[in-house]
Design a protein around this ligand. Structure first.
Ligand code: SF4
Length: 490
């Protein structure tokens, strides 16, 4: 049997991932190239690409060591939560975690972050949990990101939550259903917050009332009221992270982009698991500082050949062959749907104002906002166009998500309209976010390189020619301001 695949007695995938992740504490703060090579050679093949993906490029090495140390800290706290009198609650990555950090005795763990840890750390990459779900007779139209995370809870021993949260109806059905199934199977309470498709003030008011009811249920279940002072502390930390997120976004606009590709994955984890805690501020601050320093020094891994925006989610099962490979080949990954956040203006003056902020954040949370809109197609297009144009993307890539029948149903509209309205070509792939069996990485890389060479490069050339003909400079100009993007053409 493959090394690292065996689960010890009392262990589930989560415990296995935590056990292996503990090696990060043994690393020196400053790793040399030899240290990284040694670590990559030491581990089993599935973990090798995680180690290299995080640490091979000096641009991101130190940050990723710090980041994973903080991830480990939170996972260990989750393991101790019950002993410390807290209730452990699993939440989907379509939900703001700061709501739960504001409770004194609730500890949130994000299902998809647990799944990501299993997929990227444990041998077998979480496939055993997906296959287990199929063995239970569940349909294969589930989302790998939450199915792997919830099956880890059902599969055997190990960490068990005291309750589960999900959005229903109005966000994503596969996500809601697998969380509901897990809660039912484990016999634990489920808390839901409905997102209406009505985006008018009336719809927001309906949602806000549901949000208050949701909080009351959490208070009743946890046995402690939400304290105003604690909520303010958490929101202050959240908004320090928001300021850094805005700075990070601005840095991404520079050409070439000084932000390492892998930071996109780190941001996703910070937002889904750590927002509202000091760790999110600490890590984001370092991400911003490193990117600024790289910009100042003009340090880039390779000549920037393409700037792409991922129209839905990144692949999250092979950091090395995805983020690192792209960076080494001059393909800047600017973001994905989960990187687009809408934070309301902060108003921490009263309990009421803070609750409204939180409810609005949940209403506009990535995926919930688009998949729960009155028109998925229009809202998705609107958000991706704005982000891609703002960051000066040359093109978009839709990697596919096996369960996302809603995105698959409207992707051709998205591709057509991105091209028509913004001159952005879109590559459509049929892969999956956490299950590598849908589209092997060599095929992904081949498709992306052909797209970059055949489509993006020609687009860049023609833009340079037009600038040249107009007496402009031959080199790439900075990203155009919003509004000009519609004039671009391939
Ligand atoms: S990736 Fe798609 S299927 Fe998975 S939770 Fe998000 S919207 Fe749902």
């Amino acid at each position: 049997m493959e090394r690292g695949f065996v689960l010890r007695e009392g262990e589930g995938g989560f415990e296995r991932a935590v056990g292996i992740l503990e090696m990060i504490d043994k690393f020196p703060d400053a790793l040399s190239d030899e240290d990284v090579e040694g670590a990559a050679d030491f581990v089993y093949p599935d973990l090798r690409n995680t180690v290299l993906g995080l640490l091979e490029l000096p641009s991101s090495r130190q940050l990723e060591v710090l980041f994973f140390r903080r991830v480990l800290r939170i996972f260990r706290e989750a393991q101790r939560a019950r002993e410390e009198g807290k209730k452990l609650i699993f939440i989907p990555f379509t939900f703001p975690p700061e709501i739960f950090w504001a409770f004194d005795n609730i500890f949130p763990l994000c299902t998809e972050i647990v799944a990501g840890a299993i997929v990227n750390i444990c041998a077998g990459q979480g496939e055993r949990f997906w296959d287990f779900a199929m063995g239970l007779g569940l349909p294969d139209s589930l989302c790998s990101a939450n199915t792997i995370g919830t099956m880890n809870l059902i599969h055997g021993p190990g960490l068990k939550p005291d309750a589960i949260v999900y959005n229903t109806p109005g966000s994503c059905n596969p996500n809601a259903k697998i969380h509901a199934f897990a809660a039912d199977y484990l016999g634990i309470p489920q808390f839901t917050l409905e997102k209406p498709v009505d985006e008018t003030p009336r719809g927001r008011e309906f949602h806000y009332r549901g949000f208050l009811r949701f909080l009351r249920e959490l208070e009743e279940w946890s046995g402690q009221p939400l304290r105003e002072e604690r909520l303010r502390e958490v929101l202050e930390l959240s908004y320090r992270a928001v300021d850094l997120y805005n700075e990070y976004w601005e840095l991404k606009k520079a050409r070439p982009c000084p932000v390492p590709n892998i930071f996109g994955m780190s941001l996703l984890v910070l937002r889904s698991q750590m927002w509202g805690r000091e760790e999110a501020v600490e890590v984001l601050q370092r991400m911003v500082d490193i990117s600024k320093e790289r910009l100042r020094r003009g340090e880039f891994t390779a000549e920037e050949r393409a700037r792409v925006y991922f129209a839905y989610i990144y692949y999250l099962f092979d950091f090395y062959n995805y983020f690192t490979w792209a960076e080494k080949n001059g393909v800047t990954i600017l973001g994905d749907i989960l990187a687009i956040h809408h934070f309301p203006e902060p108003d921490l003056t009263s309990m009421d104002s803070m609750l409204h902020m939180l409810a609005d954040t949940a209403f506009d949370y990535p995926m919930t906002r688009q998949m729960g809109a009155s028109s998925i197609s229009v809202k998705w297009l609107e958000d991706i166009s704005r982000a891609a144009n703002d960051l000066g993307a040359d093109a978009c890539i839709f990697g596919g998500v096996h369960a996302c029948k809603h995105t698959l149903g409207t992707i051709s509209y998205l591709r057509r309209e991105l091209m028509r309205q913004s001159g952005l070509p879109t590559l459509i792939l049929m892969g999956d976010v956490m299950d590598k069996r849908h589209l092997p990485m060599p095929m992904f890389q081949e498709e992306v390189m052909v797209f970059v060479d055949q489509v993006v490069a020609k687009k860049r050339q023609s833009r340079r020619r037009r600038r040249g003909a107009g007496g402009g400079c031959e080199s790439e100009a900075p990203a155009p301001p919003e509004g000009e993007a519609g004039e671009r053409a391939v």
